[in-house]
Design a protein around this ligand. Sequence first.
Ligand code: HEC
Length: 166
Amino acid sequence: MDGGQIDRGRRQHTQTFRLPKDTVNEKMSESREKEYNFAELLPLLRFTMRNKISISLFIFLAIGLYLLLFPPRWMLNRIKQVDASPATGAMLVEKYGCRKCHVLHGEGALKAPNLDEAVKQETEETLYRWLANPRAMRPNTAMPNLHLSDSEIRAIIAYLKASSSP
Ligand code: HEC
């Protein structure tokens, strides 16, 4: 007996006693193999990864844009911390261009209330609220929200008070 004869004998044996259940099992394991074929899954995986990246990028940009347009006070206080001195206030008045609209220290444009007068009349609390959120003071006001931090507002008020006192 050579090896070929034994093989043939075995094959015949298994073919004779093949049960329908075996075929089903074979088919199932075949399909299972297919499901977990990583090479075939790779393009799909890359597609969903790209989707995830673009979705997270979109969310990231949307949050960034929102924070840029409507920066919350805690963020402003963190980013723009200055010492609340009149000298810093003078610098900030130039930086934010208050004199493009207001007269301040006898200088500036006449598009808005004279700040020398306003400072004499208003309390510090009112001035703070005007600078922090002008729309809360008058909903359709032309005074822009300059997104000032608390320390910037305190510096500007210190400067306004110092320069308005005779
Ligand atoms: C684009 C023009 C503009 C700029 C720039 C501007 N303001 Fe005003 N501001 C106004 C107008 C207009 C009003 C009057 C708002 C109203 O009564 O509706 C006003 C009101 C105010 C008031 C309240 C005045 C009052 O009568 O009680 C204060 C205080 C003030 N501004 C301070 C500032 C300071 C400080 C800056 C710079 C950091 C500044 N503003 C920049 C236009 C401007």
